[in-house]
Every structure is written in structure tokens, then in C-alpha cells.
Design a protein around this ligand. Structure first.
Ligand code: ATP
Length: 515
């Protein structure tokens, strides 16, 4: 087992042990690719959503938020293309009987080529030391260029065959690359087939009078079908955006990698309505703005990259992913798509209603173009959690497990710890709780020795520990301990709230967006 796989397993068990995420229906042996967020996970998830909502809705004069229903008229999914095109190309391995997404098998193969490039870079960097110029190396090293070219040509061919629905060629590609089943190593494949990812259900009591419905596979369509309602009631002028956070459902075949690919998940999507012809410019702007949002959390610039698509979805004229370095490699975290007027025009056609905007500046009506930003809450959660998980060697030779979650997102901002369970210290600790709890979540803990309680809060990701000792009774001060540096400082109780608030206030984190 490689070290990275090892870490990922530890993250998953840590998530369970410390109240973040568990498998759904665990006492019934679980339900595949469905997860429950427990007490700390629910808080972290809420904080991620708030951080997004503030950045997208609150800080933009021209973006508003909605909350549309999960059930929608079934024709919407015909208009959106999901009934016909929301298909994944699947392939079965005849020996292991395992089913895979054919495009993912090929993409994983290319991912391995990328990993080889990274290895070459690491090797060369070691060899050349300080004089190493990574950009020059990437641009000139023959081996690296070979891998890069091979990867690009594979993705190009995959994109073309999927676009032309040439599934035979996708299979041929898998065979030519000699891709083996990751589980069994067998190369004995079936043909590639399409499979629809939407969950069906029924509306209505009796079988004869019921209507077939789908659970929405994305939140975006709830925005498109409300485009005119929102535009008119808000008297919005193009360019403007509509944002939404909500559940989406996909009958994913290859459900794996914990909460990376789930059957029930949550999306944060924003559709930005613009004048046709300006999509390139807005697409680039939103790519940049979304990357800034990610970087504002301080999880390391080196952990993000753009991946521009060769293979475009049926609705897009340009698309890029923001990829994050998960423990299993760089993978999609967010998508930015230039969707043209595909959705609105299609809804005009299927509904028979006009979905046009009268542009006073141009003195004409048109169907707006759309640039979309779409990120999975759960994937963002996994990015935060896996990046935060660290095992640190300490000077005294021991190790500590710590979740270095950005303080703005941490479930609890502070833990209040009376040094001992007597002498009036618990009472003072509760007084401090009563002051702080109005502004953020604080927890109280009086069990075990103080060192163990620090370790426990480190593992929970709490940025500050506040220790109340005997001196506190007379000097009205407490010791504040910082999770990341383990530094300790004496602070007057009066200044405590200010100190913590400053560090956890989303305002101070989101400021980076304005720079
Ligand atoms: P993938 O290629 O990984 O299946 P996608 O391209 O189908 O993703 P989109 O349809 O663009 O994804 O959805 C936007 C975002 O929603 C993704 O970037 C991801 O963060 C999230 N997402 C999509 N499918 C899932 C899922 N099954 N589980 C969790 N998050 C998901």
C-alpha cells in the first residue's frame, strides 16, 4: 500500500471516529455511496456552504440566490438533454464482473502518465538542486514531452469518440492501451454500453394515474426554469447571476473514493446570464474568480490546477475543471462551463414559453448566454478534510494527529477547558462559554488531563483552546492555545472574543477576493 492510500484510509476512519462522516444506514450494513454527516461534519458542511454563499451572493450586487424543488416537471429533463444524453459509457470486466466507466478508465490511465511526469520533475529537482528550473524542464525534457503528448492525444481521441458516440472506438482505445481491470488485472472486457444516471420515482397514489418523475441530477435546471421569474421580480439587468445550493442525485455506477462520488450529494451552482458573444470573456473571469475563492482558504496553491476539457458536454462551448490534489491524485472539484443558450432555448422549445430578455442597452430581445460555476459541497468537504489531516512529529518525539481546517470553516472555533474540575474553575469556564457562544460554536470539556484534552481538540480541528486555571480567578485572564503552532498566550477574558472573532470571521478570509 502506498503512503497516500494509507493516509486516505486514515482520513476516512478519522472522519467516523471524530463525528464528521459515517456510512448511511450503517447498522444495516450501509448503503453504497450514501453517507451521513454527523455533528462536526454537519457544521463543517454548513460553514462551507456559508462561505460560498457569502462570496457568490452577498458580495455580488448582481447575483441572487434561490431554493428550487428537487421534484420537477419530467419534460425538463428532456429539454435539458438528461433523458437522452445523461449517459455514462460503461464497460464490464468479464473475469472480475466489475463495472467501470470507460472514460474514467482511460482518464485514470492518463492520470498515471501525469504521475510519471511529476516523478521526473521530483527526480530532476533533486539532481539539479537550487539551479532547477521546473518550467524549463517541463518544456524541454524529452521524456516529459513524450508523456504529455501521449496523454493529450489519448484524451483527444476519447473526446472525439464520445462526441460521435463511437463506443466501439472507446473499447478499441482501452484495448490498445492494454488497460487492465484495477481489481483483477484482467483485460477481458465487454463492449462499451450507455447507462442513464437519473433516479426515477412516481408521483401520484394509484398506478394508472401516476406520473414518472426523476430526482434532479443537478440543481442548475431549477435556475433555468425560474430565470424569468427571478429576472422580472428582481428587475435584474444582464449581466446577472442566480445561485443555488441543493441536493442532487445520480445513480453512479462507479461509486468509490468515499464522499468523492456519491449517489446523493449536494451542489453549489451559479448560472451567470450574459449577452451572447461575451461568453469567452465571462468564462475566463469566472475561472479566475472561482480559483481566487479556493485560494482564499489557504490550502496551498500547489494543490490546485485547471484542466481544460477536450471532451465537451452536449451543452457547452468551453469547459474547465478546477482540480484539487486529493489523496488519490488530482481530480475534479469544480466545473466552470460556458453553456451558451442551450438550456434556455431548449426550455423555450419544450415549454412553448418565451424565455427572452429585453436588453435596453441594445434595444432588442434575446435568449441570454450562460456561464456556470458548479461545485460539489461534499467534494469540497473532502478536499478540506483530507488536506487538513496531518500527523506531526513533535520535538519530544511523540506524534499528534491534527486537523488543520481553515479556522473560518472549523466546526467549533474554541474549546473552553477548566484545568481542574473544582475550585470554581468550571463555573468561570461556563461564564466564558456564555460570552462566546453568541458569536460562534464553542465546546466545553473538563474530562482527562489537559494535555489529552488538547490532543483531542487538535484531532477535532478546533483552532483555539482556552484554559481556565487558578490564576484566572484573580487576574481575569486565560491561556489561549493555537491549534496549528501549539503556541500559548495569556489573554484577558475581556479580549478573548475579539481575538477569536478576528481569526474566524469570514470577512477577513474573503478579503482576498478583492485583491
Ligand atoms: P465527474 O466527472 O467527477 O463525474 P461531473 O463532470 O459529472 O463529475 P458535474 O456534472 O460538472 O460533474 O457536476 C459539478 C460538480 O458536482 C462536480 O465538480 C463535483 O464537485 C460535483 N459532483 C458531481 N457528481 C458528484 C457525485 N456523484 N458525488 C459528489 N459530487 C459530485
Amino acid at each position: 500500500m502506498t503512503n497516500k492510500e494509507d493516509i486516505f484510509k486514515k482520513v476516512i476512519s478519522h472522519a467516523k471516529e471524530y463525528g464528521y462522516v459515517v456510512q448511511s444506514s450503517e447498522i444495516y450494513d450501509g448503503l453504497g455511496a450514501v453517507y451521513d454527516y454527523t455533528q462536526n461534519g454537519a457544521e463543517l458542511k454548513k460553514n462551507i456552504k456559508d462561505y460560498w454563499w457569502k462570496a457568490m451572493v452577498q458580495l455580488h450586487e448582481n447575483i441572487v440566490g434561490i431554493d428550487s424543488a428537487i421534484f420537477m416537471h419530467p419534460t425538463i429533463w428532456k429539454a435539458s438533454g438528461h433523458v437522452d444524453a445523461f449517459n455514462d459509457p460503461l464497460i464490464d470486466n468479464k473475469d472480475s464482473k466489475k463495472r467501470y466507466r470507460a472514460d474514467v478508465l482511460v482518464e485514470d490511465y492518463v492520470g498515471k502518465l501525469d504521475a510519471k511526469i511529476e516523478k521526473e520533475v521530483a527526480k530532476a529537482s533533486k539532481r539539479f538542486g537550487d539551479s532547477f528550473d521546473e518550467d524549463q524542464f517541463l518544456a524541454t525534457n524529452q521524456r516529459v514531452l513524450g508523456y504529455k503528448e501521449k496523454g493529450q492525444s489519448i484524451l483527444k481521441r476519447l473526446g472525439k469518440s464520445l462526441e460521435n458516440e463511437d463506443l466501439a472506438d472507446v473499447k478499441a482505445l482501452i484495448e490498445e492501451l492494454e488497460i487492465a481491470c484495477p481489481l483483477s488485472g484482467s483485460k477481458n472486457w465487454t463492449d462499451v454500453k450507455q447507462f442513464n444516471l437519473m433516479f426515477g420515482t412516481k408521483l401520484g397514489a394509484s398506478a394508472e394515474h401516476s406520473t414518472d418523475l426523476y430526482l434532479r441530477p443537478e440543481t442548475a435546471q431549477g435556475i433555468f426554469v425560474n430565470f424569468l421569474n427571478v429576472q422580472k421580480s428582481g428587475r435584474l439587468k444582464i449581466p446577472f447571476g442566480i445561485a443555488q445550493i441543493g441536493k442532487a442525485f445520480r445513480n453512479e455506477i462507479v461509486a468509490r473514493q468515499f464522499i468523492f462520488r456519491m449517489r446523493e450529494f449536494e451542489q453549489m451552482e451559479m448560472q451567470f446570464f450574459i449577452t451572447p458573444g461575451t461568453q469567452k470573456e465571462w468564462y475566463e473571469r469566472w475561472k479566475e474568480m472561482r480559483m481566487k475563492w479556493h485560494l482564499s482558504l489557504g490550502m496551498g496553491q500547489e494543490n490546485y490546477r485547471f484542466h481544460d476539457h477536450e471532451k465537451l458536454a452536449h451543452y457547452a462551448d468551453a469547459a474547465s475543471d478546477i482540480e484539487f490534489r486529493f489523496p488519490f491524485g488530482f481530480k475534479e472539484l469544480e466545473g466552470i462551463h460556458s453553456r451558451t443558450d442551450f438550456d434556455l432555448s431548449s426550455h423555450e422549445e419544450y415549454s412553448g414559453k418565451k424565455l427572452q430578455y429585453f436588453d435596453p442597452a441594445l434595444n432588442k430581445s434575446y435568449v441570454p448566454y450562460v456561464v456556470e460555476t458548479s461545485i460539489g459541497v461534499d467534494r469540497m468537504f473532502l478536499a478540506v478534510l483530507s488536506n487538513a489531516y496531518q500527523e506531526e512529529e513533535l520535538e519530544n518525539g511523540t506524534t499528534r494527529t491534527v486537523l488543520k481546517i481553515p479556522a473560518v470553516l472549523a466546526p467549533n472555533k474554541a474549546a473552553v477547558l477548566p484545568l481542574v474540575k473544582k475550585d470554581g474553575l468550571p463555573e468561570l469556564a461556563h461564564k466564558i462559554m456564555a460570552i462566546l457562544k453568541w458569536d460562534y460554536n464553542v465546546v466545553y470539556d473538563e474530562k482527562d488531563a489537559i494535555g489529552r484534552r488538547y490532543r483531542r481538540q487538535d484531532a477535532l480541528g478546533t483552532p483555539f483552546c482556552i484554559t481556565v486555571d487558578h490564576d484566572s480567578l484573580t487576574d481575569n485572564s486565560v491561556t489561549i492555545r493555537y491549534r496549528d503552532s501549539m503556541e500559548q498566550k495569556r489573554v484577558p477574558i475581556d479580549l478573548l472574543n475579539e481575538t477569536i472573532k478576528d481569526a474566524v470571521d469570514s470577512k477577513n478570509w474573503l478579503k482576498a477576493l478583492a485583491e
